[in-house]
Design a protein around this ligand. Structure first.
Ligand code: GLY
Length: 274
C-alpha cells in the first residue's frame, strides 16, 4: 500500500482496495478521489524526439536500467546505464508509436494551446497489446542522452535552430547504424546515503570511448565526486556487443575508490537480439 498506491493483480483485489479506500476510508478524506491505472507489463523503451510543435522526429531508441544493482535488483534510481538502439523497438513498433502516440501527442498539445518545441521524451512500455506511454518528459533523458547523441550524425545546433523556428521539416536528421552503451559509475550507497569528495582519475578519451562527468566538482587540479550518479562512461561501436565491451573496458580504467557500477548493462538487450 506504501504511499497510497495499491497494485492489484486481479479484479477482486482491485475491488477490495476500492472498497477499503472509498467506503472504509483507510486514507481518510484523501481517499475520496482515486485514480485507477492499467497494470502494464513488458520491456521499457525510451524514445527521445525532436519536435517543433508540428513535426516530430524520433531519435534512436534506447533502454535504461533503472534499478541500482545487477539483475534489476535494488532500489529505483535515475538510471544506472543505457544502450541504444533498443532491440524491442522494432520498425513495426516504431510505426505504431508514430501513428498512435507521437503525432497525436503533439497535435493534442497544440490543440490545447500548449504547442511544444524542444526534446519530448516518451517513456514507453511494449505490452502484449502494443506500446503504451508510461511517462512524458519535456527534456532529454539521463543517461539516455549519453547513448543517443553520440549516434547523431546531423549537427545538433542546426536541428535545435530548426526546432525553435518551427522549421524541423527542412532538416534531414540522420543517426549512425551503430550502437552505444553507457555505464553509470555512482557513489557507493546511492540511491540512499552516500559520501562525496573522493578524488577521481579518468582515462584518456578515445575516438569511441568517452566519459560524461555529472556529479563531480573541480577542486584545484583535482576532480572530486559530488553526487549520486557521478560518471557516464560511454562507448560507441558498429554493434551492441562491442559497444558494451568497450564501455566496460573504459569504466575499469576509472580510478574512483568510492564508485560502483552495474556489471550487466546491455545484457538484456543482447539476449533479445540473439
Ligand atoms: N533515465 C530516466 C529519465 O531521464 O527520466
Amino acid at each position: 500500500m506504501g504511499k497510497g498506491v495499491i497494485i492489484a493483480m486481479t479484479r477482486d483485489e482491485a475491488q477490495k482496495a476500492i472498497r477499503e479506500i472509498m467506503e472504509d476510508k483507510v486514507f481518510g478524506e484523501s481517499g475520496s478521489r482515486i485514480v485507477i491505472e492499467e497494470f502494464l507489463e513488458g520491456p521499457e523503451v525510451s524514445v527521445l524526439s525532436f519536435t517543433d510543435g508540428n513535426v516530430v522526429i524520433p531519435m534512436v531508441s534506447s533502454m535504461d536500467h533503472k534499478r541500482a544493482h545487477d539483475n534489476d535488483e535494488g532500489l529505483n534510481t535515475g538510471g544506472m546505464g543505457t544502450v541504444a538502439p533498443n532491440p524491442y523497438y522494432t520498425k513495426d513498433i516504431a510505426d505504431e508509436c508514430m501513428e498512435k502516440i507521437f503525432l497525436p501527442t503533439i497535435k493534442a498539445m497544440k490543440a490545447e494551446g500548449r504547442e511544444f518545441r524542444g526534446c519530448l521524451y516518451f517513456g514507453l512500455m511494449i505490452t502484449k497489446d502494443g506500446p503504451k506511454v508510461i511517462e512524458y518528459n519535456c527534456r532529454f533523458g539521463d543517461p539516455e542522452t549519453q547513448v543517443v547523441l553520440p549516434l547523431l550524425k546531423t549537427d545538433l545546433f542546426t536541428i535545435m535552430q530548426a526546432v525553435s523556428k518551427g522549421e524541423l521539416d527542412k532538416v534531414n536528421i540522420e543517426f549512425s547504424d551503430g550502437a552505444a552503451c553507457c555505464v553509470i559509475i555512482a557513489s557507493k550507497g546511492y540511491p540512499v546515503k552516500y559520501q562525496s569528495g573522493f578524488e577521481m582519475k579518468l582515462p584518456q578519451a578515445t575516438d569511441d570511448q568517452d566519459i560524461y562527468v555529472a556529479g563531480a566538482k573541480v577542486d584545484g587540479d583535482k576532480l572530486l565526486s559530488a553526487g549520486g550518479r557521478v560518471l557516464g562512461v560511454t562507448a560507441t561501436a558498429p554493434d551492441l556487443a562491442t559497444a558494451i565491451k568497450k564501455a566496460y573496458e573504459h569504466a575499469e580504467k576509472v580510478e574512483f575508490e568510492n564508485g560502483f557500477f552495474r556489471k550487466d548493462i546491455g545484457a538484456k538487450a543482447l539476449k533479445a537480439l540473439n
